[in-house]
Design a protein around this ligand. Sequence first.
Ligand SMILES: Nc1ncnc2c1ncn2[C@@H]1O[C@H](COP(=O)(O)OP(=O)(O)O)[C@@H](O)[C@H]1O
Ligand SMILES: [Mg+2]
Length: 332
Amino acid sequence: MLIQVEQLVKDYQLNKNQKGFFHAIKNLLMPEYQKKRAVNGISFSISEGEMVGFIGPNGAGKSTTVKILSGVLKPTSGKVIVNGMDPFRNRKKYVSQIGVVFGQRTQLWWDLPAEDTFDLLKTIYKIPDATFKKNMDMFSEMLDLHEFLHQPVRQLSLGQRMRADIAAAMIHEPAILFFDEPTIGLDIVAKERIREFIRSMNQEKGITMLFTTHDMQDIEKTCERMIVIDRGDIVCDSKVDEIRQFSDSERKLTVKFGRQYDRIELPGAQMIKEAGNTKTFQFRTNEVKIPELIAELMSRYEVLDLTVQETDIESIIKQIYEGGAPAYESVS
Ligand SMILES: Nc1ncnc2c1ncn2[C@@H]1O[C@H](COP(=O)(O)OP(=O)(O)O)[C@@H](O)[C@H]1O
Ligand SMILES: [Mg+2]
């Protein structure tokens, strides 16, 4: 395993000091801290060449995990080994072997042209001239950097800046990439461009990648595997295809009944929502056929209206966040 994470925990210390003069003195003598657990004992491993999407809502612990994996933060407890190294302890040697992008901030010099940052990185990583030129040419071509490399970074659009940041993270040819929300805030076209680039770097160069997002489309379009994190816990780790197959067969049936029924029994379907005489059921097309289900419904009850809807992956993920999709069992 290239990346191994076992029982990883990260607590942040929050200063819970109160305001006011006397409190200020007390705080100085006896500071009080409150713990905030951001990552709650997660475990996973990633093999060489894998491309893994790390998805979760805001505050789930995605950035914290990436910061630990990239050696920026020290874990509270647990084990993290990447390419045989402890990212935090072996930091100096480690950073030359990985590439990191944080979508919410830039590693480029803000007031200087992006090309100046590239020159700096060349020196820091001692990249030979030929390699540097080859990589600059490749990134310029693939990410259209030449349009804006000589402009001060602060003048760039978010999409341009993100492309330059991604190139900067890869200029020293790392075998492992950690991207934290590389598509955040971008429009559809810019997102698509980054997805395509990420995909080709994984497929053509075999770079192992973990990237976080809260956008399911990012994952559907780029990853084979996804890990879902919520409130510091991994709630699902599985192949994207398996979740897609699951969502492909799941349907929702919403029925408006002609009168009040105390109890409704519909073999093969589970009631998941109720609002007066309108009730919603969930069923799977590989367990019960739609015409049979509807025939059964009509023969038992007085029905005014009904609709059948598909479930998309996004709502499966939402169900997972909300305490597990009822019929979905993670296979891996
Ligand atoms: N520096 C920090 N100090 C205190 N709490 C933090 C800090 N950074 C993150 N947190 C908290 O830890 C939790 C996880 O945050 P984060 O890893 O940034 O989540 P995500 O990237 O999934 O949105 C959140 O509740 C957040 O408020
Ligand atoms: Mg984040």
